[in-house]
Design a protein around this ligand. Sequence first.
Ligand code: SF4
Length: 314
Amino acid sequence: MQSTDADPGADPGRPPADPAEPNAPLEESRTPADTAEVVQMPVRPKHLSPSSASVLRQCPQRWKFRYVDRLPDPPGEAALAGTFAHRVLEDLLGLEPTERTMDSARAIARQTWSEMEADDAFRALDLDPDGIRNFKWTAWRAIEGLWDLEDPKTVELIDTEAEVSVEIDGVPFIGYIDRVEAATDGLVVSDYKSGRAPGRKFSKARLEQVLLYAAALAELHGTLPARARLMYLGQRIDETIVTAEAIAEVTRRLVETWEELQERSATGDFPPRPGPLCGWCAFVRHCPEGLAEVQRRHLAGALRPDAPALAEAV
Ligand code: SF4
């Protein structure tokens, strides 16, 4: 029997078109809708972020659906709850250390709630009162989960929600870093995750994102951060020491992915790459290969029952 423990990717704590991707990574690449004759324009990627690199490696066609065709990819409920939690934690860490209490977090959450209620993606969920209550609980569990990991009063904050846009070994890189702080051994780069922590065998791969952020900071400031970590709220912290070797490795992979993207963009070759993640692909209805993969895995008992694509494929 095939494994069902594919890492869905995924921190549902952020919607796919998330705050880490506010800008399309492309120059104009679509034919204007009001043009009668369809003309395929070459894709001209502007930059690469950890999430767009990850999508390309998973499935080139998924990358094209998302970044070229801009097919609808609405964030799910869990992703939006994670976004809300991120906003609250950002404001919380922006307070004076002594004020970073759970009461402050509650007050920030109350103030921030009106923004979430006005958010189009949230409104599209069309939650009933029970659904809204569940949404708030999901978000709050993530927020209070910070205290399971640390006492935020002890954090010596340098920056939060920091945009980094820099060339790394010739690759135009963009990213948004949840948190940079000072520790006795140097800077620590952190990213909050409100989704379920991955199995241990996926932990190292997931750290690539924060190592790339560390590489970007090293480019900007000339010194390597000391540590990079993923903070799975309410669960655990996965952390790695930032070494020159680790940075060289993630940089090498970034360059490889960028070169692959250049090549695919020039040829328009973005083939489907069916696999376990099809079960979590928002574009599965547009992809016969993905639908077949989901059905095959379902029949083989090799797909988690909560895979959203099951609703499309079965
Ligand atoms: S359904 Fe699978 S093969 Fe199709 S685009 Fe999505 S990830 Fe790729």
